[in-house]
Design a protein around this ligand. Structure first.
Ligand code: HSE
Length: 339
């Protein structure tokens, strides 16, 4: 089957998955018998475009690079009209994350699922705030709601717990869940200034559209909520997770940690005790000998504590254009291979 793909949001991740699909076209066809056309793209900066036979993605990537509006296949349909009316079977929801209300992404996801389209997303809003509702609509319409990219970019976490770790009871998940702050803490240790390093993290495509979400710990809190509810079967609301970011960590704090052979890390944690699940996000000073201390830059790391395997740790990219773009590819391929 040739898949028809729609992309909502042509920012860092939207461009990342488009580049991957373009560059791996032959490989995906030969190895997985996966063929596709990207038929619809909606973006509030570049415009909404639709071509049921496939858009000119190289041109669109070039236009986005030059910060120009799309020039070909423009449509008057707004986002919801485009989602409902286009001939896509898979919608990638890649607009900005809003962890307060879920933002327009919630309506995008609902419209796609209700019109019988699978949804693949790295947007944490719908997953952290409305997962049960979205899953119910997906099930009712016989389609998938896939969210691997919401936690640790393309590094397998949600699918790991749901797939290879199925059958293990997971009592604790703990680690580094935000690439931006881990990158910032790593660079600050080398002497870079807080504001300067935050700017670089934004330029590298690690930070959220509003980086307050990263530095105040809200992004990690969204991910902890997703892990608690989806992996550990809890029903936590985002505000049930205690949250402290890195804004109060000074260069002096970093120097002090160094003197004690320690290092600051923003740690997210979910734990099940006596059937009750709790979650937290807070900076911790950890010993240099601890495995998480060596995880630097925009890398994430998560340890799952399980009954059958003990601790299982996964380390990999936690942010970035291609790294998050890959999370979208992995879920698209999952849909393709399980159809
Ligand atoms: N801003 C997020 C981070 C992106 O830095 O981890 C990936 O969710």
């Amino acid at each position: 089957m040739k898949h028809k793909i729609a992309i909502l949001g042509f920012g860092t991740v939207g461009q990342g998955i488009s580049e991957i699909l373009l560059n791996k076209k032959e490989y995906l066809k030969n190895k997985y018998d996966f063929e596709y056309d990207i038929v619809a793209v909606a973006d509030f900066v570049y415009g909404n475009v639709y071509n049921p036979y496939g858009l000119d993605i190289p041109l669109m990537l070039q236009e986005a690079k030059e910060k120009k509006k799309f020039s070909k296949d423009l449509t008057d349909w707004d986002n919801l009209e485009l989602i409902r009316n286009c001939n896509a079977d898979i919608l990638c929801e890649l607009t900005y994350t809003d962890l307060n209300t879920g933002g327009p992404a919630v309506d995008h996801v609902k419209a796609a699922l209700e019109s019988g389209k699978h949804v693949v997303t790295s947007n944490k809003g719908p997953a952290a705030l409305f997962y049960p509702e979205m899953k119910k609509i997906a099930d009712k319409n016989g389609v998938k709601f896939m969210i691997e990219g919401t936690v640790c970019a393309g590094t397998p976490v949600i699918n790991l717990a749901d797939g290879p770790l199925a059958g293990c009871e997971i009592s604790k998940i703990r680690g580094i869940l935000n690439g931006t702050t881990n990158y910032m803490l790593s660079e600050m240790e080398k002497g870079m200034d807080y504001n300067e390093v935050l700017k670089v993290a934004q330029e590298l495509g690690y930070a959220e559209a509003d980086p307050t979400g990263d530095v105040e710990g809200y992004d990690a809190r969204g991910k902890v909520t997703i892990l608690a509810n989806i992996v550990m079967g809890a029903s936590l609301k985002i505000n049930d997770v205690s949250c402290k970011g890195i804004t109060q960590i000074t260069s002096e704090d970093i120097e002090n940690a160094k003197k004690q052979n320690k290092r600051w890390k923003l740690i997210g944690s979910v734990e099940k005790k006596d059937g009750k699940v709790t979650g937290s996000v807070a900076p911790e000073m950890i010993d240099l000998s601890h495995p998480l201390a060596g995880v630097m830059g925009a890398t994430n790391a998560l340890t799952f504590t399980t009954d059958l395997l003990g601790d299982v740790t996964i380390v990999g990219p936690g942010a970035g254009k291609i790294e998050t773009g890959f999370s979208i590819l992995t879920d698209i391929l999952d849909i393709h291979r399980n159809q």
